[in-house]
Design a protein around this ligand. Structure first.
Ligand code: NAD
Length: 280
């Protein structure tokens, strides 16, 4: 039963930001169910554990060094992926940046880069992948656009920050960029449903990744505070999102799920945690 629901054999996923962090974890999850992987990231070299997935699972995996904020680079990468893989079935947009700056003194540089990567970059990659999926759909189904089985899925990575502000972070610019991504989900789901494409976002809670380690170096108390804010008293591990991403990607498991944001946060947004109570 589970193997029927969760298989991606013969499918191709385009992942951004999978050279490390949550994107790498998503790549690992997809590889475990035999999905072929095309990875876009700005780093010159991905983690060796990304490249190791190729032989370990016997999948096709290619790495395309790309700045997703650049339309020409995204267009070139997705055209190359179509040639290299022949099809695009899944797009996961995990590339992201965050800079902690008070709202009152947020710099132009932060506004421009954060929106360029988190919002515009995800938009550009999703647009290129959606066009590829629609072209393939039309080649199979002609102009028929009703009641066809699901043929593609697009997933944006948003954030718990769009649900609840943490007192130890000043990330209004980042939060707005993630809210903008969530704003794409419903209109895209509506526009792309006739081509059998589902569109959702995943909002992780506080997860221990390189991004989090970087923040922790700037603010040593950060992880301590986040641990207090979840119901389990600890920060999340990237592996704890593997099941969620497989659910979202596998049509047989989530074929009726589209136009939604899925929040997975260890309960951090469900309570008024003790750290917020004023001591007398
Ligand atoms: N870690 C968390 O607690 C957390 C919580 C909620 C949401 N998120 C989101 O999850 C996603 C992954 O976060 P992470 O913690 O793994 O971060 P990370 O910094 O470890 O990984 C992000 C990846 O994006 C890549 N990237 C950055 N700019 C790029 C660009 N212009 N073009 C292509 N690639 C680029 C980086 O090189 C890196 O590989 C991000 O969108 C982040 O906002 C993270």
């Amino acid at each position: 039963m589970a193997t029927e629901l969760f298989t991606l054999k013969g499918k191709t996923a385009v992942l951004t930001g999978a050279a490390r962090g949550l994107g790498l974890t998503f790549a690992t999850a997809l590889a475990s169910v035999n999905c072929n992987l095309a990875v876009l990231d700005i780093l010159s070299e991905p983690s060796p554990s990304l490249l190791a997935l190729r032989d370990y699972h016997g999948i096709k995996l290619e790495y395309y060094r790309t700045d997703i904020a650049s339309r020409p680079e995204v267009t070139a990468a997705v055209e190359k992926i179509e040639v290299d893989f022949g099809r695009i079935d899944i797009n996961i947009n995990a590339a992201g940046v965050v800079m902690d700056e008070p709202f009152l003194t947020t710099t132009d540089q932060n506004i421009e880069r954060t929106l360029a990567v988190n919002f515009t970059g995800s938009f550009l990659v999703a647009q290129a992948c959606a066009n590829s999926m629609v072209t393939r759909y039309k080649s199979v189904h002609g102009s028929e656009t009703a009641a066809q089985p699901t043929t593609g899925t697009i997933i944006f990575i948003a954030s718990i920050a769009t649900y609840i502000a943490s007192s130890v972070q000043q990330i209004s610019c980042y939060t707005a960029s993630k809210a903008a991504i969530k704003g794409l989900v419903k209109p895209m789901a509506m526009e792309l449903a006739p081509y059998g494409i589902r569109v959702n976002s995943l909002s992780p809670g506080y997860m221990m990744t390189d991004m989090m380690r970087g923040l922790q170096e700037q603010q040593p108390q950060l992880v301590d505070q986040f641990e207090k804010e979840t119901l389990f008293g600890r920060i999340g591990m990237p592996e704890e999102l593997k099941g969620t991403i497989l659910y979202l990607c596998c049509d047989r498991a989530s074929g009726w799920y589209t136009g939604q944001d899925l929040l997975v946060d260890g309960g951090a947004s469900t309570w008024k945690h003790p750290a917020n109570l004023v001591s007398s």
